[in-house]
Design a protein around this ligand. Structure first.
Ligand code: DGL
Length: 268
């Protein structure tokens, strides 16, 4: 039993799509969320910069006496997980492996598409993970960098979102994939638009739910589950305007956020 909270972070609001699934699956676990909205996007930055940011995000969350960290950002997971794992005194979960596993499980024709930020796609990490799981799979990737600002702006299903999706997804449609991994935690916000453009035969994998399942089972295995029966609480921190975080974050989370705090992440 361990009543300390779970720490979750992302470059911005995208990780709230993971937090949402975590809260649903683990209603008695307290959570601390950090969204680095002052420095979003990570996906267009160099690997060195993303590693530096990730280390600072982790250092901040560690100051909150957490029992587990979820890197709820594909870009940070792709660039830093190998460096981070094993260096902390608490377990760390990344978002790529759970998404890759779900894609291999879901795909019938073994033609799998992956969309993500430029950083995630150019790392080739999904191809590697998927091919390890099933060497017969065919993996087609596309970077969709504009999906992140569209998601952060709340433009999830307007005409611009649809046009952008049509442009980015056209090459994947030609490959006749039957499964598409939303390899960026911002993308579930555009899920409706992406589904519309891809058509009904393509299954979309939102790794938030998969990550929550991995976290739940790891807590159980390590005997770190909360002993409390009370409803969980979440604390929210951001490196930019709390007003914007609360306003848009509430729609990301599907629940009102009213007490976000601003921190200076450069101090960590
Ligand atoms: N949400 C992040 C991800 O999953 C990155 C978005 C960004 O900062 O570019 O990759």
């Amino acid at each position: 039993m361990d009543n300390r909270p779970i720490g979750i972070f992302d470059s911005g609001l995208g990780g709230l799509t993971v937090l949402k699934e975590m809260r649903k699956l683990m209603p008695h676990e307290d959570m601390v969320y950090f969204g680095d909205c002052g420095r979003v996007p990570y996906g267009t930055k160099s690997k060195e910069t993303v590693i530096k940011y990730t280390m600072q995000d982790i250092k901040f969350l560690m100051s909150k006496n957490i029992k587990m960290i979820i890197i709820a950002c594909n870009t940070a997971s792709a660039c830093s997980f190998e460096l981070v794992k094993g260096t902390l005194s608490i377990p760390v979960i990344e978002v790529i492996d759970p998404g890759a596993n779900a894609a291999v499980r879901e795909s019938a024709n073994r033609k799998i598409g992956v969309i993500g930020t430029t950083g995630t796609v150019s790392s080739g990490i999904y191809e590697k993970e998927i091919m390890n799981l099933n060497p017969k799979a065919e993996v087609y990737s596309a970077a969709c960098p504009l999906f992140v600002p569209l998601a952060e702006e709340g433009w999830w299903d307007n005409e611009i979102a649809v046009k952008t999706a049509e442009e980015y997804l056209a090459p994947l449609k030609e490959k006749e994939i039957d499964t598409l991994v939303l390899g960026c935690t911002h993308y579930p916000l555009l899920q409706k638009t992406i589904a519309k453009v891809m058509g009904g035969n393509v299954k979309l994998v939102n790794s938030g739910f998969e990550v929550a399942k991995v976290a739940e089972s790891l807590l159980k295995d390590l005997d770190l589950q909360s002993g409390s029966d009370s409803k969980q609480t979440s604390e929210f921190y951001t490196s930019d305007s709390t007003e914007k975080f609360e306003l848009l974050g509430s729609s990301f989370l599907g629940e009102k956020i009213s007490s976000a705090k601003k921190i200076d992440i450069e101090k960590y």
